[in-house]
Unconditional design. Structure first.
Length: 338
């Protein structure tokens, strides 16, 4: 679609597509265009920058540039400035997932109220994988709903994997908020910078089986909450999911203020495994039930927390890359525990 293509709008291209099709989008800026996906599709920017942006007072459809109700892969696209009014929810999104698996590869989300908002129709079914993507300036800084919007806000899907991505300058809300049954957050950079006012860097409010590993996390001077990683603060007795655990390993957590908490575990039954991290200028490494081993309070991530090199000649993307990274960290921990 786009200049020289068969369709001039995304909605027209999606309406004409069949299950399994790939829609290639020509380089350009596409204003006030939205589409709802009801059959499995790949949406891919091709040949140069593809930008979806908004000029209207509210994003058409009041949800997202892409609204997904079926398995969808989105690659090489920038979504920016998605916004709707307070009365309509204040939560315009780059992508709004409602059903189906979602794979996000090499995309950018800039100054959206929510970068990605997942509101799955059925609990514990879908998977979301985000790789090599960036979230910059997302969130809502002021107003009655400020703080309810996030870099990504993932509802009760079966699994969330975020790998090799960056979150910079998120406003008021969290960089990553996930209610997924299992969340794997690996090899990312989460940084408030001087403009960010984010609350938690990683919020896992309903527990679940969660791994936060190999990330660089920097709490800035204007953060709205001193906790870096929060677990089970909305479900301390872990009633949401049958299985619950928290592993925090190999992260570099730094801050530019004097009050930061590294990991705040609100669960009354889960003991967090906090190992081989570097907590630089973090006065309180953990609160709540936790086992701490081989962490340092200054300097680089200790050797036991450093990732293994990729096998030579192996190139993966999307789900395969995310799964390899997750397995790599899990293999490392099995060796260390032996």
């Amino acid at each position: 679609m786009g200049a020289g293509g068969t369709y001039s709008t995304l909605a027209d291209a999606v309406a004409a597509a069949s299950a399994g099709d790939t829609i290639l989008i020509a380089p350009g800026t596409y204003t006030d265009q939205v589409a709802t996906i009801n059959v499995p599709l790949t949406i891919e920017g091709s040949g140069g920058p593809v930008i979806f942006t908004q000029s209207a007072a509210e994003l058409p459809g009041l949800k997202g540039y892409l609204v997904t109700n079926a398995n969808t892969t989105v690659e090489n696209i920038t979504f920016q400035n998605a916004a709707i009014s307070v009365g309509d929810g204040d939560n315009g999104a780059g992508i709004r997932q409602q059903a189906g698996n979602l794979t996000v590869i090499n995309d950018q989300f800039n100054n959206d109220q929510d970068g990605i908002l997942a509101t799955p129709a059925t609990k514990g079914v879908d998977s979301i994988v985000i790789t090599n993507s960036s979230f910059d300036g997302d969130g809502v800084a002021s107003g009655p709903l400020a703080g309810f919007e996030h870099g990504i806000y993932i509802g009760m899907v079966a699994s969330l994997t975020v790998i090799g991505s960056t979150f910079n300058g998120i406003l008021a809300g969290h960089d990553i908020k996930s209610r997924a049954e299992a969340s794997t957050i690996t090899g990312n950079t989460l940084e408030d910078g001087v403009t960010g006012t984010a609350s938690y860097a990683v919020d896992l409010p309903d527990g679940g089986v969660d791994e936060v590993s190999g990330n660089t996390i920097d709490k800035g001077p204007n953060t709205q909450n001193w906790t870096t990683i929060a677990y089970s603060e909305e479900d301390a007795t872990n009633q949401t999911w049958a299985d619950n655990s928290l592993e925090v390993s190999g992260n570099l957590i730094d801050n530019t203020n004097d009050n930061t908490i590294g990991v705040n575990n609100y669960s009354t039954s889960v003991t967090a495994d906090i190992s081989c991290n570097a907590f630089d200028n973090v006065p309180t490494i953990s609160q709540g039930l936790a086992t701490l081993e081989n962490n340092v309070t200054s300097g680089p991530v200790p050797a036991c927390g450093q990732s293994m090199p990729e096998p030579p000649g192996l190139a993966l993307s999307g789900v395969g890359f995310a799964l390899l990274a997750s397995l790599r960290f899990r293999r490392r921990w099995r060796r260390l525990a032996a």
